[in-house]
Write a protein that binds this ligand. Structure first.
Ligand SMILES: C[C@H](O)[C@H](O)[C@H]1CNC2=NC(N)=NC(=O)C2=N1
Length: 97
């Protein structure tokens, strides 16, 4: 799947920005920090998200500190954002509630 075109970005990214995603510094990627009520909730989110990441063979770059999960999405094989990242971002937002 190729990188998002300029038109794709204009069509798809504003909704993600509305949902709290931000362009990553210095790379063609999206960042978002999720905050949960505690560690188990944060890790449970990661567990559920991991099932989709594996099913879709598209994996986040993420880190967890207690109730916080910092996520970066990009498509390594094309060196930037693709529709896979948009789809996974939407799924993560749905799972986070
Ligand atoms: C071998 C495996 O299919 C590839 O490395 C997959 C795994 N998950 C991936 N995840 C992401 N974000 N980008 C990729 O290019 C990618 N490639």
């Amino acid at each position: 799947m190729p990188k998002l075109t300029e038109e794709d970005r204009q069509n798809l990214l504003p909704a993600l920005y509305e949902a709290g995603w931000k362009p990553a510094d210095g790379r063609d990627a999206l960042n978002k920090t999720y905050k949960f009520s505690g560690f188990v909730e944060a890790f449970g989110f990661m567990t559920r998200a991991a099932i989709y990441a594996e099913k879709w063979n598209h994996h986040p770059e993420w880190s967890n500190v207690y109730n916080r999960v910092d996520v970066t999405l990009t498509s390594h094989d094309v060196g930037g954002l693709s529709e896979r990242d948009v789809k996974l971002a939407q799924k993560l937002d749905a799972l986070a509630g």
